[in-house]
Design a protein around this ligand. Structure first.
Ligand code: FDA
Length: 385
């Protein structure tokens, strides 16, 4: 097996972008390994056998960006539909538009307030704790948008996400709670938005479709029985590593904390379960945070009209062996990360990137943007080293 010019650990959007840049800009030969049996990382999707509906295997993925370079780059691999994401939330059996906007406020208070009147009402209700420093998430939420809206839409939803009473969560988890004083309920404010027209996997596979890119699946970097393992390549071959940074260093500085999600899939004999792609459940009594109905991501497709598939999403702290999804980022996590960053800086011929390699929540456009910057600024030196 020929030795590559660059080994990439992880075939998510970060690794794929680096691979594509390395072959097209530097003429490098690249091997990508991934421990999963498919490429694409968490953006991977697959066709549901029973219905033909495209399912986002690791949770709903909506592409949006205001970064023109990233938008031009990704459109080299896929067309995008005109999908615009909108979210609704069920509170005590009534459905409201999210994020909180004039429609939510007027429906909640059974009113017809103008933008200025709504702003004044929220400011008055947020004044309840005026002059005090919020000591926990509850107090912070009330001081930002007032008790009625906070308790209805934010408190229990956030409590479910963190499996913790918001009174016991630090105020720092939220810095702002956006309220729109218009009826605009588009979820994202970005300039560009859409979903890959032929699906995520077609897009991701196209990024790796080059004779100089060799993808090896079901191949773990830490498995010493496969040739591209850490001990064999360290210091010998340039590596871009996008797996968990604490795992790379054998957890020597401690374990970084993550939250994960569980998805419970159900097939139903109805053509449309909820009329929209994402319905949040704001109340504590409902154990899941939201229900995703993937057929609504592609209204332009000819999906069956008598069957659908839904995914109930539950949030919890990740245990060892779970998929790490959202960094917890506690004070001790941040200290641990600094220790790992110092080790990473001293690591010969290895660059760390992506959401696991940097312990950062990155949207897809951020992962791609950060890989493009690494390719601009560091790849030539890494390949020369
Ligand atoms: P990613 O995790 O995708 O890829 C890393 C790869 O490394 C994985 O394939 C893994 O198997 C592999 N790997 C790890 N350890 C390895 C080892 N030891 N050996 C070999 N391979 C190894 N973004 C967005 O823009 N809009 C959205 O709506 C969402 N929604 C969303 C929902 C959920 C539930 C999550 C968790 C994330 C999102 N995202 C998102 C974020 C999006 O998933 C993220 O931006 C990309 O996955 C980042 O790509 P990476 O390549 O950094 O990581």
């Amino acid at each position: 097996m020929a030795t590559p010019d660059l080994l990439i650990v992880g075939s998510g959007l970060f690794g794929l972008t680096i691979a594509e840049r390395a072959v097209t800009q530097h003429g490098a030969k690249v091997t990508i390994i991934d421990r999963r049996d498919h490429l694409g990382g968490n953006a991977y999707s697959e066709r549901d056998e029973a219905t033909g509906i495209e399912i986002h295997k690791y949770g709903a993925h909506l592409f949006h960006t205001s970064n023109t370079r990233v938008w031009e780059y990704v459109r080299g691999f896929t067309d995008f539909t005109g999908y615009q994401h909108k979210v609704y939330t069920n509170h005590r059996g009534v459905v409201f538009p999210m994020p909180i906007n004039l429609g939510t406020i007027n429906q909640f208070f059974q009113s017809a307030l103008t933008p200025d009147q709504a702003r004044a009402l929220v400011a008055e209700q947020a004044g309840e704790l005026a002059g005090t420093d919020p000591e926990n998430l509850d107090e912070k939420g009330i001081s930002l948008i007032g008790r009625p809206l906070y308790e209805a839409f934010i408190k229990n939803y956030t409590g479910k996400q963190w499996q913790t009473d918001p009174k016991d969560l630090p105020a720092s988890i939220i810095s702002r709670l956006p309220v729109r004083y218009t009826y605009d309920n588009r979820y994202f404010n970005d300039t560009y938005e859409g979903l890959p027209a032929q699906g995520y996997t077609a897009w991701l596979e196209r990024m790796a479709d080059h004779p100089s890119i060799d993808v090896q699946l079901s191949t773990d970097f830490f498995d010493e029985s496969q040739p591209w393992n850490k001990e064999a390549v360290r210091g010998r071959i340039p590596v871009v590593y996008t797996g968990p940074i604490d795992r790379y260093f054998d957890f020597s500085e401690g374990t970084l904390g993550w939250r994960t999600i569980d998805l419970e899939t159900e097939h139903l004999d109805v053509g449309d379960f909820q009329g929209t792609s994402v319905m949040n459940y704001a109340d504590a009594e409902v154990p899941y945070t939201r229900i995703i109905e993937p057929r609504h991501f592609h209204p332009e497709r000819d999906y069956p009209r008598d069957r659908t598939v839904i995914q109930r999403e539950y949030s919890r702290f990740a245990q060892s062996g779970d998929e790490p999804y959202y960094p917890i980022n506690s004070t001790s996590d941040r200290e641990t990360l600094l220790a790992y960053r110092a080790l990473a800086d001293a690591e010969p011929r290895t660059l760390f990137g992506g959401r696991l390699g940097t312990y950062q929540y990155l949207d897809m456009h951020m992962a791609i943007g950060s890989a493009l910057s690494m390719a601009d600024n560091k790849l030539a030196d890494l390949l020369r080293a």
